[in-house]
Design a protein around this ligand. Structure first.
Ligand SMILES: [Zn+2]
Length: 68
């Protein structure tokens, strides 16, 4: 009977540690995404014709007849 509780405790502990590891990884990933977003905002330039902000990767604002 005691063994059953020990196994149960071990499973709970394993799940708990796994959950903590995942949440820590997600937090690190979020911080990285935030940094990436900030970088791309800094790289953005406003289209001089329509004022839409575009990244250099986009190349243009997507509006037809707009050269930027
Ligand atoms: Zn434009």
């Amino acid at each position: 009977m005691i063994m059953k509780y020990l196994v149960l405790a071990a499973i709970v502990a394993a799940v708990w540690y796994g959950f903590k590891a995942i949440s820590r990884r997600n937090k690190a990933k979020t911080a990285e995404d935030q940094r990436k977003k900030t970088d791309s905002v800094e790289d953005m330039t406003a289209c001089t014709t329509c004022g839409t902000f575009v990244t250099p990767e986009q190349g243009d604002c997507g509006k037809s007849g707009c050269p930027y």
